[in-house]
Design a protein around this ligand. Structure first.
Ligand SMILES: Cc1ncc(COP(=O)(O)O)c(C=O)c1O
Length: 396
């Protein structure tokens, strides 16, 4: 049965990590996988999460199964964080929520729900989008089209081109949008542009699906949720996949959630039970540990305040590195070519480099990032910024 299945090529980004590890150059820099790193290159357990861990160890008392809907209180706590108290209350039973194994699990479950409800659905994705979006929707049996998004020349979103290409979408199509900290470009829509996009979706009967993996990394928890709050207020139907991997530092615990707003007054039960069934068929119930930690943090005012401070300091560090790198590019004679790096948000920036230039930088300078030019800004340090800027300027 399996003899025709050959070895697959390494995942382009995960494969880079292995190459980085094997590299003996003491100046090597890893700007590949999108995880937060301290100045010492560590991805630590956040203090608030560590404290929640202590409490959980003392109190958990059982490892019996949790429900397919997740750890008690988790989706409620995340819903308040992302929608805010008022909108959460207004959505009432028009909102269904389920805990998922990470943001990826939320994406997959959402695509399966869409495929189950309407198998012929087309999902529109940004050009470019995160490398895992299209494989995940395709694995659920959906097809996709691309809408214009990033303008390399201005290193920002080309809103006119985006609206024009979404003009070709048909009623009932789903539009996948990055709620903040667009991966891979780092370029987000301004608040006013979210309103224009939302108006077009309403006018054409398109269904927004927001993917949020970096709440708190752009400008702050509430600012970053403006997109979600506007869309979920204005649209009759909407989806949100949510990841706690980055903002709680819970990567390996696979902690995420999926929320779906529906038109029916009993959406919470109607879609909630459908989501639970899909979860049951896939993995039965989600892992408990990460959701228990996030819930403990969000439900305790002291832990929550301390987590918000840690999140702010992660955000400030990445934004400081962005400014440092943009300045270093100017010092290396690149002019304004990379000035967008300082304006962009989140972990990533897409540098305007060819795959050949990226390969030369990797081979000659041991700086590792994917061939599309996406760098994980959090992998920089004040010390390695001059080296990285010089290496990149050197291949232009
Ligand atoms: C845009 C986007 N969506 C979803 C995810 C999924 O995150 P998780 O690790 O929680 O599955 C990521 C993670 O990198 C991401 O960048």
């Amino acid at each position: 049965m399996f003899s025709h299945l050959d070895k697959l090529p390494a995942d382009p980004i995960l494969g880079l990590s292995a190459l980085f590890k094997a590299d003996t150059n003491p100046e090597k820099v890893d700007l590949g996988v999108g995880v937060y790193k301290t100045a010492e290159g560590k991805t630590p357990i956040l203090g608030a999460v560590q404290q929640a861990y202590g409490r959980l160890c003392a109190d958990e008392g059982s490892k019996v199964y949790i429900a397919p809907s997740g750890w008690p209180g988790f989706t409620d706590a995340v819903a308040k964080l992302v929608f805010g108290d008022d909108l959460r209350a207004n959505l009432g039973d028009h909102l269904a929520g389920i805990q998922t194994p990470g943001g990826c699990g939320a994406l997959r479950l959402a695509f399966e729900l869409i495929a189950y409800a309407k198998p012929e659905t087309t999902v529109w994705v940004s050009t470019p989008t995160w490398a895992n979006h299209v494989p995940t929707l395709a694995a659920a049996g959906l097809k996709h089209k691309q809408y214009a998004y990033y303008d390399q020349a201005t290193a920002s979103v080309d809103v006119e081109a985006m609206l024009a290409s979404l003009g070709d979408a048909q009623a009932g199509d789903v539009v996948l949008l990055h709620a903040c900290c667009h991966n891979p470009t780092g370029a987000d829509l301004a608040v006013a542009d979210w309103k224009r996009v939302s108006d077009l979706l309403l006018e054409k009967g398109l269904i927004p699906f927001l993917d949020m993996a970096y709440q708190g990394f752009a400008a702050g928890l509430d600012d970053d949720a403006e997109s979600v709050r506007h869309i979920f207020s204005a649209q009759p139907e909407a989806l949100l996949s949510y990841s706690c991997s980055k903002n709680f530092g819970l990567y390996r615990e696979r902690t995420g959630a999926l929320f779906v707003k529906g038109t029916r007054a009993d959406t919470k039960d109607a879609l909630g039970t459908n989501l639970a069934r899909l979860a049951r068929e896939n993995y039965s119930m989600p892992p408990a540990h990460g959701a228990a930690l996030a819930t403990t943090v969000l439900e305790d005012s002291d832990l929550k305040a301390s987590w918000i401070m840690e999140l702010s300091s992660m955000r400030d560090r990445v934004n400081g590195l962005r400014r440092g790198l943009a300045d270093a590019f100017v010092r290396e004679g690149c002019g304004e070519r990379f000035s967008g790096v300082a304006r962009q948000t989140g972990m990533f920036s897409l540098l305007n480099l060819t795959a050949e230039q990226v390969a030369v930088i990797q081979k000659d300078k041991s700086i590792y990032f994917p061939s599309n030019g996406r760098i994980n800004v959090a992998g920089l340090t004040d010390e390695n910024i001059p080296y990285v800027a010089r290496a990149i300027a050197g291949v232009l």
